[in-house]
Design a protein around this ligand. Structure first.
Ligand SMILES: Cc1cc2nc3c(=O)[nH]c(=O)nc-3n(C[C@H](O)[C@H](O)[C@H](O)COP(=O)(O)OP(=O)(O)OC[C@H]3O[C@@H](n4cnc5c(N)ncnc54)[C@H](O)[C@@H]3O)c2cc1C
Length: 383
């Protein structure tokens, strides 16, 4: 009997799930990977691209090679998911799977803050990072603002890394004296989910570089002409260059499928990643996994990848009878680029109770080197 696994989305989670499934299931079983994008871009490297340290070619790959590895690639937009029937609509086709792995990530909604998209440049997209590189190339000094436009967003370290990398870039070009840098955060502090010590450590990295830090500033609207942000607390801030993290939400097809809960994301079993529909799994940014400390598990590639391996193993085990069931344990780590070829590193167990047990290591050449190695490993081993 031929069985098929449908993996929706070929980002960090979906790619890892499809490749692990291909390795583990029988030759006669099908692994189908559905993706709308032309190329796979490794998201952590967008921050290096933004300051001119990477080209698009260096941080992206075409998907063609995937098919050579025995994975059936379906190109197109997932427009509907029926989790009860385990079917997926892609263009004119309706595909059926014996197992579904939903890895469609998060969608950005900058228009949730009026004026934001017109006034600023997005730190989280290829288009935005490319435009930031060009804007920084032209920049002659002034006011730079880094803004998180909602308190929850993927990779809680990334906007802080972005601020440090931009600061470093401007210092190296002799523009730092002529530039004020401020970070306006919707959240109460950096990386709150990792606990107060890590949060204070990251805040110190920012403030030690004379970047003004303003937590609990939820942007309400941005006036593109006046180059001014109005905040919900009545404050305002002016800028010459605005770099922002947009609000996120689950993709339309996922919301319409009735897979989400009141959080707007897909609830799953925290250890198996199964949704309330048997045989339908969700991994990565599209999920919500509440933690005892009151905040959800952060949306990060490291978790998407770990979850993908658990889900692939358990689907394959159900089909082949081989191995013992695996459980996702909440372990994760992240590098925090600080500029000048250095990075800090936070790692630990996010499922630990009552609070995650996460340790922050000081910036060094070693952690930066490890981040570069991980980038190379991802792009060369997967394509
Ligand atoms: C600037 C930046 C830096 C980051 N740095 C780090 C880091 O250092 N460490 C870390 O762990 N994480 C980092 N992250 C976060 C990490 O990239 C995400 O958490 C991770 O990519 C989530 O994986 P995913 O598979 O859930 O979603 P994604 O990787 O976003 O993949 C989703 C895929 O689904 C596709 N898709 C979406 N909708 C549809 C549809 N309707 N039809 C067909 N295809 C669709 C998309 O094109 C995409 O390929 C960073 C993110 C950014 C933006």
């Amino acid at each position: 009997m031929t069985r098929s696994a449908l993996v929706l989305g070929a980002g960090l989670g979906g790619l890892a799930a499809a490749q692990e499934l291909r390795r583990l299931v029988g030759r006669g079983d099908r692994v189908v990977l559905i993706e709308r994008a032309e190329r796979h871009v490794f998201p952590p490297s967008l921050l290096w691209l933004m300051v001119g340290n990477r080209t698009l070619q260096a941080i992206s790959r075409g998907y063609e090679g995937i098919a050579r590895r025995g994975i059936e690639l379906v190109r197109g937009e997932v427009t509907a998911i029926d989790p009860a029937a385990k079917t997926v609509r892609v263009g004119e086709q309706t595909l059926h799977g014996d197992a579904l792995v939903i890895a469609l990530g998060a969608e950005y909604v900058p228009r949730a803050i009026p004026g934001l998209a017109e006034a600023g440049l997005c730190l989280y997209t290829l288009e935005g990072a490319t435009a930031i590189r060009e804007a920084l190339g032209r920049f002659e000094g002034g006011r730079v603002v880094v803004l998180t436009a909602a308190p929850q967003y993927k990779c809680p370290a990334a906007p802080y890394e972005a601020a440090l990398l931009v600061e470093s870039f401007l210092r190296e070009r002799g523009l730092r004296e002529k530039t004020g840098i401020d970070f306006y955060a919707a959240e109460p502090g950096p990386m709150m989910v990792a606990g107060p010590t890590v949060s204070a450590g990251v805040r110190a990295m920012i403030e030690d570089r004379s970047i003004g830090y303003h937590p609990e500033h939820q942007a309400k609207a941005v006036d593109a002409k006046a180059r001014r942000i109005e905040f919900a607390n009545g404050a305002s801030a002016e800028f010459d260059l605005l770099l922002y993290v947009p609000p996120h939400r689950a993709p339309e097809a996922v919301r319409a499928a009735g897979l989400t809960n009141e959080s707007g994301w897909v609830p799953v079993d925290r250890h198996t990643l199964e949704t309330r529909f048997p045989g339908v799994y969700a991994i990565g940014d599209v999920t919500v996994i509440p933690l005892k400390m009151g905040r959800p598990l952060p949306k990060a590639g490291v978790f998407a990848h770990g979850e993908a391996e658990v889900v692939a193993h358990n689907i394959a085990r159900g089909w082949t009878g081989k191995g013992e069931p695996k459980r996702f344990g909440g372990e994760g780590m992240c590098f925090i680029e600080t500029g000048g070829g250095r990075a800090g590193m936070g790692s630990g167990n996010f499922y630990a109770e009552p609070v995650p047990e996460v340790r922050l290591r000081a910036p060094s050449l070693l952690w930066h080197g490890a981040k570069v190695l991980y980038e190379k490993y991802w792009l060369y081993s997967r394509f």
